[in-house]
Design a protein around this ligand. Structure first.
Ligand code: HSE
Length: 434
């Protein structure tokens, strides 16, 4: 064995503890793969932990640890965007390589952090920040580097997918399933990040950047969560051959890129529609490869620690190689990042599922479909159910892809029909065709 590689693990929550345990469990295997002995020399923690090897220094002085001489790689798994940013910037200025699982931090400050890392000749690795244990960053940044990526679609929040799956298959209540996801260590510290789509939007902004060669632009991601998806829409979608999944979509269009996160009807025959529970999956449509799918555990201690340690292994090769390799942080060389516009939601294009609740009267359907056709919207399927006891009838309409501004105009007019008694429900629809 050659030289020892020294790690600092900042944060001992689910992920930090997972990293410490992984290193303990797989010490020999990691040493055989890297050719080096990997030690944790420091852990950053507020509470002293008696289950940690006494040879490891425990301290809450994160800045001192990040700059310590006996640290080669700083692993930031504190979470949050304030302290984590300060500590990472400090580590970079002290020429330490960094591994982080912090998608919120990179979505907000990634451009600045990567620029500082480039200036200081160190690398910031972030495989664990997107889709947990699935090596999606490595796949897009390196394995697909010869391709032009047209779009990607991902189930990139395990908590959200777990909740949707339990609701769909077991009819369980939202709050109960969320509590279980929290107990299992899947959910964010603030679970609204999961259920309102913010966590998925953080991750999507990173994926879009490395897929298209654009700066990280979290603030331009259209974001809708799962809290308003009702069981009846899940059932109707199913009758029409679709599953509703919470997707992150990054799409190349002629005039810019669409970045959006929202519940989406997808054909139940597609692989993504069959990704259940806490599992994540990302489908990438690229030229010349075509479609490829990356699937696995997107959250939890083991999956996330696996991705963190894979980054550590890569950095060991960087530190110890005679000729270190250097993959650009955002997959494209910084001076080649493009300023192609991110399209506003009005200019996005997709199919729609509409649910109208109407009075059971003559001509209602004719009025609604006329409005759709007047707005240039092509109907793909209609489903009308029996009237409720109340005399109200649910009408489900699926449309072909249309510009969002056309759909907004049509929904506004439909809503004004006197026979439409409740707000029109709309859920976006994607066929995921090649
Ligand atoms: N809260 C995240 C999820 C954790 O549920 O997917 C992994 O990023």
């Amino acid at each position: 064995m050659n030289k020892s590689i020294n790690l600092a693990v900042l944060g001992l929550g689910t992920v930090g503890t997972g990293v410490v345990n992984l290193l303990k469990d797989n010490t020999e295997e990691l040493a055989r793969r890297s050719g080096h002995i990997i030690n944790i020399t420091h852990v950053g923690t507020r509470r002293h932990r008696t289950d940690i090897d006494p040879a490891i220094n425990q301290s809450d002085d994160l800045l001192a640890i990040a700059a310590a001489d006996d640290v080669d790689i700083v692993i930031e798994v504190i979470g949050g965007t304030d302290v984590a940013k300060e500590v990472i910037m400090h580590a970079i200025r002290h020429k330490k390589h960094v591994v982080t699982a912090n998608k919120a931090l990179l979505a907000k400050y990634g451009n600045e952090i990567f620029a500082l890392a480039d200036e200081n000749g160190v690398q910031v690795r972030y495989e664990a920040a997107v889709a947990g244990g699935i090596p999606i960053i490595k796949a897009i940044r390196e394995a697909l580097a010869a391709n032009k990526i047209d779009w990607l679609a991902g189930i990139i929040n395990g908590t959200g997918n777990f909740i949707m799956t339990e609701m769909q298959t077991k009819n369980r209540k939202f709050g109960e399933v969320l509590a279980e996801a929290q107990a299992l260590g899947y959910a964010e510290a603030d679970p609204t990040f999961d259920v309102e789509g913010i966590d998925a939007a953080h991750k999507l902004s990173l994926l879009a950047s490395i897929a298209f060669g654009i700066p990280i632009q979290f603030d331009k991601v259209y974001c809708e969560g799962i809290t308003k998806v009702s069981l009846q829409d899940v059932v109707y979608a199913n009758e029409l051959g679709y599953n509703i999944k919470h997707l992150g979509l990054a799409i190349r269009r002629e005039h810019g890129f669409e970045l959006r996160v929202h519940p989406t009807l997808i054909p139940n025959t597609t692989l993504l529609a069959n990704v259940h529970g806490v599992k994540n999956a990302v489908m990438v449509d690229a030229h010349p490869l075509g479609q490829s799918l990356y699937y696995g555990d997107g959250a939890g201690a083991g999956a996330t620690a696996s991705a963190v340690m894979a980054d550590v292994m890569d950095l060991i090769y960087v530190i110890t190689a005679a000729t270190p390799s250097d993959v650009p942080h955002l997959a494209f060389v910084p001076e080649e990042l493009s300023d192609t516009r991110i399209l506003p939601s009005d200019e996005m294009t997709c199919g729609y599922y509409l649910r109208l609740t109407v009075k059971d009267e003559l001509g209602v359907l004719a009025d609604a479909t006329r409005i759709l056709s007047d707005n240039g919207i092509n109907i793909d399927a209609i489903l009308q159910r029996d009237a409720h006891k109340s005399g109200l009838v649910p009408v489900i309409i699926l449309t072909l892809p249309v510009l969002e501004k056309q759909m907004n105009a049509a929904i506004k007019q439909i809503q004004q029909l006197s026979c439409v008694t409740e707000p029109v429900v709309r859920i976006r629809l994607e066929s995921l065709d090649e």
